[in-house]
Write a protein that binds this ligand. Structure first.
Ligand code: UDP
Length: 244
């Protein structure tokens, strides 16, 4: 776990408390030094899942950095009396690193999402980031990750972005990260957004901390997954009372 940044624990998940800019500088230096780095961008759903899954909690404990992705984490930290600086989302971090990687002529390996989505991701990345070397690219519907890991091991990319959703992406990273000393980061539904298959919430929703509400409106099937949010807030409040 990170030693560079102060940590804020939300229901036993240790988040780094810093800015997006400071975090990026640190990650870039790890990539330049070819250091094996595992980043988890966690939201309340992940925190609640870890509570019931000791194996996943263990994976989180072994990550190098856990960032607060989602306003619910900042809210939770504030309730616990340990407010955090800002949200560090997987999507924004990935975009910043793709841009930086393009400037620095780095290489990237992209795995995840449906075949038609990853094809569009490839087009977007080659057009927008022409100096970024795509070491490999694969959709997220594979039976066995071992051959992909073997290719990663062969090509030794600077950054690996895995977009197959949690908990699978973190489990795979934990299992295979030793095969390449680069950045490994799970980015959930980011490829759907990058390719334009899913729209990110307009700025208004983002600025008013209503991104979750926009997602619910555009994908009502997410309601079941979002039901965890009230339970999360209740658990945080209970924890705040007990720790007083
Ligand atoms: N996905 C995948 N392989 C699977 C299951 C899911 O590649 O076996 C992809 C799915 O197509 C989507 C992403 O993983 O692009 C998960 O997106 P979601 O919005 O659920 O992720 P979140 O950011 O909410 O964790």
């Amino acid at each position: 776990m990170s030693k560079e940044f102060p940590l804020v624990s939300v229901l036993n998940v240790p988040f780094i408390n810093t800015t997006q800019a400071a975090f990026l500088t640190t990650i870039e230096s790890h990539i330049n030094n070819r250091e094996n780095t595992f980043v988890v961008t966690a939201n309340p759903e992940i925190v609640m899942y870890a509570r019931n899954n000791p194996n996943y909690q263990q994976i989180l404990n072994n990550a190098d950095y856990i960032t607060p992705d989602g306003i619910g984490i900042l809210k939770g930290a504030a309730i616990l009396g340990t407010p955090m600086a800002e949200r560090i989302t997987g999507y924004d971090t990935m975009l910043d690193l793709l841009k930086w990687g393009n400037d620095q002529h780095k290489s990237v390996y992209l795995i995840g999402a449906k075949p038609e989505v990853i094809t569009d991701v490839k087009n977007v990345v080659t057009t927008r980031y022409p100096n970024l070397n795509i070491a490999g690219i694969h959709d997220g519907y594979f039976d066995d990750f071992a051959p992909i890991a073997q290719d990663i091991s062969k090509t030794q990319p600077d950054m690996v972005f895995l977009a197959v959703g949690f908990p699978k992406q973190e489990q795979l990273i934990a299992d295979y990260r030793h095969q390449n000393n680069g950045l490994w980061m799970g980015v959930g539904g980011s490829f759907d957004v990058l390719s334009g298959h899913t729209k990110r919430a307009p700025k208004f929703f983002q600025n008013h901390h209503l991104e979750w509400f926009y997602r619910l409106l555009s994908e009502p099937t997410r309601l079941k997954r979002m039901m965890v949010l009230p339970r999360y807030l209740k658990t945080v409040k209970q924890s705040a009372r007990t720790n007083k």
